[in-house]
Every structure is written in structure tokens, then in C-alpha cells.
Design a protein around this ligand. Structure first.
Ligand code: NAD
Length: 489
């Protein structure tokens, strides 16, 4: 059951992802009940599904058989009668498609409804099934620790922790899933993956888009809550965790949680030394002028909401003591990219230049999106002449797809959920630790208004202070653009 079946997420991601699974023969006995406020017939809903698959995937196949599995139920989330009607249809469909009482509830709706729906699912009998029941829940999971706890308590009355699948769509991305394999399947990396050999790690997730139509939501969120609490911290955890004993959901999640437990809490005045916030002003993107954030629809003219965050994380354990993990993320930046740069320490002495020129450090770049791949930056002898060293790059390119939040990510996550594999979903402990961390930053920011907003030009890589954050430690942000050259071309 998809709650919010007439919404943007269902249309752009969920229906195309379901079709891909169907096409790959991964859906055998299945039916989907779309639930939303509007009144629609089954046929109209099926036509919506057909249109969404055609426009997202550009296919011309006959979709009649696929869409015949889709049903629609108009619904009021606060009204028990709606749930009783839904239960009746679901019970009939269960028999018709031999679903063995297995049920997945996907909440693709505004988060304020999550708790209400979960409570009704239980009180109105929809969770009384003979098979499995699972709840898939979209972000944001609360807007701070207190609201996340409240929401969690509500959904836990109807579902146990192992039945809850909290989506972080970054965990559906091919190269995010690959971090673990690159680390734990290569003898040349794991021995070096610590503070003796790594000088710093940088994660950039930048967008060229502005806030678009999401001004109302974004004003209450900002980049810290929208990106750092979930996606950025999840990538940090995957990069920093210890090798799990086994590749089971519990083992992997407990190693990630241990990273969060070792994360140094930053609070009060310290925040200034570790985090930088920004808000975009006017500028140009692809040669076109774009307005400042404060002029976007549904945004306050004096808004103090950050559209950019740069930060430094310290992980206080044996492996990582002394190694900064830098992150930056923002809207209206110069490039649309998500990349991880692992910078190795300099070798003790440079034999290969007579002048002051320094050797490039070795870098391992993990390209998350839009390119998917890895590049290893090494030094090698320049062809001919002297023993001059020059940088060479070894690249591996996944045959990646080019869209942010690609349906493929959702396709993997949906399939995982159907198989009952929760590894790439966020456990409550991870949510709680990351909110506890982020709440301290937002508390400081809320009491100290930024008086120089907007402080970066649209189409730039963020405010100057973000560069200074890294420079004061003796580093600089590796440029994200010219790192792509060898990948996926
Ligand atoms: P949307 O506004 O496009 O759709 C909302 C859906 O909820 C519609 O189907 C609407 O009919 C239904 N709805 C609203 N009020 C209702 C009510 N009272 N009773 C019954 N149905 C009601 O939202 P969306 O963009 O699809 O986002 C849904 C969720 O997914 C949100 O939590 C959002 O944060 C999350 N999300 C969306 C995207 C995306 O790409 N759109 C990406 C990541 C996360």
C-alpha cells in the first residue's frame, strides 16, 4: 500500500522502480493499493501509473498487465472508516493474488501524517496479518531528537523495530553501497585506512538547483537537517566503521552505531570552529541569472535558513583520532555532484623534484553521482627525460545513471524491503545519535543569527568561510569538477 500515491515521490520514483522490478521478474505475486485524498477510479489511477512509467523510463512496452495489479482507494488519514474500507479491499486482494498475508505499507506522504497513519493501521486492524508486515517511512524522520522520539514511539506501537524500514535514499546508491566493498575486499586499502596513512577525508554533495517549490518545507529544515543529519552522516559512518564480523544487517548497523558513539559532540561556541553555514545570493547557473534564496517562492524575505553547510567531524577512536572528516553540502552551487575524496598522507621526503614543487598526495576518489566510479591518484614517471614525477589516475567507471535520486536507488531499496533485508535502511539508534549531534549545532545557530546572509553567490562552491575551515588545518577542498575527467567518458 502506497500512502500518498498521487504525490511526486510515487510518480517519479516508486512506480518506475516497481516497473523495473516487474520487468526483471522480481515481482511475482503482487498488487499495489494506491491511497491518497483525491477521488480516482482504478482505471484513472492505472493510467497515472502508466504515464509515470512511460515518462520516467521512456519505454514503449505494453503496460496493461503491469498496471492491472494497481488499485486505488480514496482516503482520509484521520478517519477510521477509510482504514476499514482499505482493510476490506486489501483482504480481498490478498486472496485474489495469493499474497499469503504479506503487507508493506509505504508512507510517501508529508511526515506530519506518519504517526497518525501508523496508529490507525494498528487500531483499525490493517496490521493483523498472517504473513509479514513492514512499514517503509520516508524522510524526514522528525525535525529534531524530541520529535523523532515522539514519532518513533507512535510507529513502534504498531510495528517492531525490525519491521520498520526508514529510507535514506543515499543508501540505495550504487557507489554508497560500494564503499564497504572497496574498503573490506581490498588488501591495499584496509591496512592504510586509519590515522597513520590518511590525512583527511572530504565529502561534497552539491546541487545546482535552488529550493524550487519546496520553500515552505525548506524554511523549517535547512541544509543541516535536510542533508547532514541523514545522508552526510550515513556516508561518514560507512567510511569510518570497523569491519563488521559478518555482513549481516545487525552487525553492519552496530558498527555504524559505534562510529556515531565515537563522534565528538560539538556544542556552544565550539560550533564556530567546526561548522559554517551559508545562504545563496543571486548569481548565475549555466549562464542564466538566478534569484537569491530570500526571493524564492514561500521563503521569508529575512530568512535565516541555511542552504549550505560545511563541517568538520572528529571521530574519537583509535583508528581515526586526529583525522578530520570534512563535509560540505548546499544548493545553487557550481556543480551537481556527490564525491568522497580520501587524501593519504604525504610520503616522508620528495626525491623527484629539484625545486620546491611538492608531490601530489595519493587520493582515492569515490564518485557517488552523477558519475559512478572510483579514481586512484598516483604519481608516476613522466615519459622521457628526467625522473620527474607526474600525477596519473587509475579509474573505474560503473555504467552509472545520470539522475539525482535515480529510480534505481529506490528500486534496490524496495526490493530489499520485500526480501526483508534492512541493512540499507536506518536503524533507530543511528537516527537518535545523529539527531543528538545535529541538535547541538542547530541550537547554537538558532540563538546566534547569521548577520551576513546571503554569504555565497549562486553558482559558487559556497562561502569563503567554508574554505577557511579546511585551510586553517593546512588543507584545501579538492576541486570536484576536474576530478571527473577520466570517469564515465
Ligand atoms: P506530495 O505533496 O507530492 O504528495 C503527497 C501525497 O499525500 C499526495 O498523494 C496526497 O494526496 C497525499 N495526502 C496529503 N494529505 C492527505 C490526507 N490528509 N489524506 C490522504 N492523503 C493525503 O509529496 P511527495 O513529494 O511525494 O513526498 C512524500 C514524502 O516523501 C515526504 O515525506 C517527502 O519528504 C518524502 N520525499 C520525497 C521526495 C521526492 O522526490 N518527492 C524525495 C525524498 C523524500
Amino acid at each position: 500500500m502506497i500512502f500518498g500515491a498521487t504525490g511526486d515521490l510515487a510518480k517519479r520514483k516508486l512506480f518506475p522502480s516497481l516497473y523495473r522490478l516487474y520487468e526483471k521478474n522480481r515481482l511475482h505475486k503482487f498488487a499495489v493499493i494506491g491511497v491518497a485524498r483525491r477521488s480516482l477510479t482504478n482505471e484513472e489511477f492505472q493510467q497515472n501509473v502508466r504515464d509515470s512509467v512511460v515518462s520516467s523510463l521512456g519505454i514503449k512496452n505494453d503496460l496493461d498487465e503491469f498496471v492491472s495489479h494497481f488499485y486505488y482507494q480514496s482516503h482520509d488519514v484521520t478517519d477510521s472508516a477509510s482504514y476499514v474500507a482499505l482493510k476490506n479491499s486489501a483482504d480481498q486482494i490478498d486472496v485474489r493474488y495469493e499474497l499469503e498475508g504479506n503487507r508493506i505499507f509505504y508512507l510517501a506522504m508529508a511526515p506530519e501524517f506518519f504517526g497518525t497513519i501508523a496508529l490507525h493501521l494498528k487500531s483499525d486492524g490493517l496490521t493483523d496479518v498472517t504473513g509479514y508486515k513492514r512499514l517503509v517511512i520516508e524522510k524526514p524522520f522528525g525535525h529534531d531528537l524530541a520529535s523523532a522520539i515522539e514519532l518513533n514511539n507512535q510507529i513502534r506501537t504498531a510495528f517492531s523495530e525490525d519491521e520498520i524500514y526508514r529510507i535514506d535514499h543515499y543508501l540505495g546508491k550504487e557507489m554508497v553501497r560500494n564503499i564497504e566493498v572497496i574498503r573490506f575486499a581490498n588488501a591495499i586499502f584496509e591496512p592504510l585506512w586509519n590515522n597513520r596513512y590518511i590525512s583527511n577525508i572530504q565529502i561534497t554533495s552539491s546541487e545546482t538547483l535552488g529550493v524550487e517549490e519546496r520553500g515552505r518545507y525548506y524554511e523549517t529544515s535547512g541544509a543541516l537537517r535536510d542533508m547532514v543529519q541523514n545522508h552526510m552522516l550515513q556516508m561518514v559512518a560507512l567510511l569510518a566503521m570497523e569491519p563488521p564480523i559478518r555482513l549481516t544487517t545487525d552487525e553492519i548497523r552496530s558498527e555504524k552505531v559505534r562510529v556515531f558513539r565515537a563522534l565528538r559532540m560539538i556544542e556552544g561556541e565550539q560550533v564556530k570552529d567546526y561548522f559554517v553555514r551559508g545562504q545563496y545570493g543571486e548569481g548565475t547557473i549555466d549562464g542564466n541569472p538566478v534569484p537569491k534564496y530570500r526571493d524564492e517562492p514561500m521563503v521569508n524575505q529575512n530568512s535565516n535558513t541555511e542552504t549550505f553547510v560545511a563541517g568538520k567531524f572528529k571521530i574519537d577512536n583509535f583508528r581515526w583520532a586526529g583525522v578530520p572528516f570534512y563535509i560540505r553540502t548546499g544548493k545553487r552551487m557550481a556543480a551537481k555532484t556527490t564525491k568522497i575524496v580520501v587524501q593519504f598522507k604525504d610520503i616522508p621526503m620528495n626525491l623527484y623534484y629539484q625545486t620546491e614543487k611538492v608531490l601530489n598526495p595519493n587520493l582515492l576518489v569515490i564518485h557517488i553521482q552523477p558519475e559512478e566510479g572510483i579514481t586512484l591518484h598516483l604519481n608516476a614517471k613522466k615519459a622521457g627525460g628526467h625522473l620527474d614525477a607526474q600525477e596519473v589516475k587509475l579509474s573505474f567507471a560503473n555504467t552509472g545513471t545520470n539522475a539525482m535520486n535515480t529510480p534505481e536507488g529506490y528500486e534496490k531499496l524496495l526490493f530489499d524491503c520485500m526480501r526483508g533485508d534492512a541493512t540499507n535502511f536506518t536503524h533507530w539508534d543511528e537516527v537518535a545519535y545523529s539527531w543528538a549531534f545535529v541538535d547541538k549545532i542547530s541550537a547554537y545557530w538558532e540563538q546566534t543569527k547569521e548577520d551576513n546572509f546571503p554569504n555565497y553567490q549562486a553558482g559558487s562552491m559556497g562561502p569563503k568561510a567554508a574554505d577557511e575551515l579546511v585551510e586553517k588545518d593546512g588543507f584545501f577542498w579538492w576541486p570536484v569538477n576536474n576530478m571527473d575527467v577520466d570517469v564515465c567518458k
